[in-house]
Design a protein around this ligand. Structure first.
Ligand SMILES: Nc1ncnc2c1ncn2[C@@H]1O[C@H](COP(=O)(O)OP(=O)(O)O)[C@@H](O)[C@H]1O
Ligand SMILES: [Mg+2]
Length: 275
């Protein structure tokens, strides 16, 4: 079996430090993985038994091109996750209709005033890695960032800053082929403190209420996913809520849990067998 491990160009994908880990595990499951830049014009996707989106992290600036690429690939081979899932998941407006508790979000229209909150997070609905995302206690500054993003024709999300990301932390639960693999506590991205190799992620057992919410999230998203990452935070009263469910190109924290790479590879092997 030959499978494309989808990357971006090297300036972006050199930050993918779990590629070799994944490819080694795939090989152990009889799958020959080849890194390919999704924008490589010479790539012949029909050569592969499947195409797995991984460090395609530059899609943010060209989402339409990425979604069109995904649908094109799917006409000639199997794509993970499926194109319709990628299309749906790359715009966080999906959070509005998921039917699970999420981080409270105000969706501003041009000219709308902002709610009174202690501290704001303003982010575009199409983003990753906290790109174009700001945190501020100044309502005017938040409104100015909202106006700037709206001017660019983007959908904007405004949320209260949740201090729990700096205390308990954001919890990411990883699933392969629908089965739970592991979970990590993540370093807060808007804390002003850069993550180090040591504190970027710490393996952690989810609490029962976090497991329960993650299962609800998975029940609410499309089935047959090769990989899924459910990112949870707690509200000030302790209630777990969804920050996002990453079905597009999540970093999988494969190097943080010994068994994870093999679970990923097994899920891929099973998906290939299912044809
Ligand atoms: N409302 C919030 N309160 C506290 N931290 C936040 C909030 N929203 C985002 N963050 C921080 O910013 C990071 C990126 O935000 P997220 O919504 O996950 O978008 P993306 O990962 O797609 O850029 C989160 O992982 C978290 O560290
Ligand atoms: Mg995120």
């Amino acid at each position: 079996m030959k499978v494309a491990y989808v990357t971006a160009d090297d300036t972006v994908s050199r930050h993918d430090d779990e590629r070799e880990t994944a490819l080694a595990a795939w090989l152990g499951a009889g799958i020959e993985g080849a890194p390919v830049n999704w924008r490589d014009p010479r790539a012949d996707w029909s050569e592969f038994d499947a195409v797995v989106v991984r460090s395609a992290w530059d899609y943010i600036e060209r989402r339409d091109e990425f979604v069109a690429w995904a649908h094109r690939v799917e006409r000639v081979t199997r794509l993970f996750n499926p194109a319709a899932v990628l299309e749906w998941n790359t715009d966080k407006t999906y959070l509005r209709a998921l039917g699970v508790p999420t981080v409270p979000t105000f969706w501003p229209e041009p000219g709308a005033g902002l709610p009174e909150w202690d501290e704001y997070v303003v982010k575009p609905a199409v983003s990753a890695g906290a790109r174009d995302t700001t945190r501020t206690a100044d309502r005017d500054a938040a409104a100015a960032h909202v106006a700037r993003l709206l001017d660019e024709g983007r959908t904007v999300m405004v949320q209260p800053y949740l201090p729990s990301v700096e205390l308990e932390g954001e919890l990411s639960l990883l699933y392969f082929g629908g089965r739970f693999s592991h979970a990590v506590r993540r370093h807060p991205m808007l804390s002003g403190v850069e993550a180090t190799a040591e504190n970027r992620a710490t393996l952690r057992d989810p609490d029962d209420d976090q497991f329960a919410l993650a299962e609800r999230v998975l029940a609410a998203v499309p089935p047959d996913l090769l990989y899924a990452r459910v990112d949870l935070v707690r509200m000030p009263d302790g209630e777990p809520v969804l920050m996002e469910v990453e079905l597009t190109e999540p970093y999988l924290f494969l190097r943080d849990e010994l068994a994870a790479p093999d679970l990923f590879a097994e899920a891929l092997a099973e998906a290939l067998k299912a044809g």
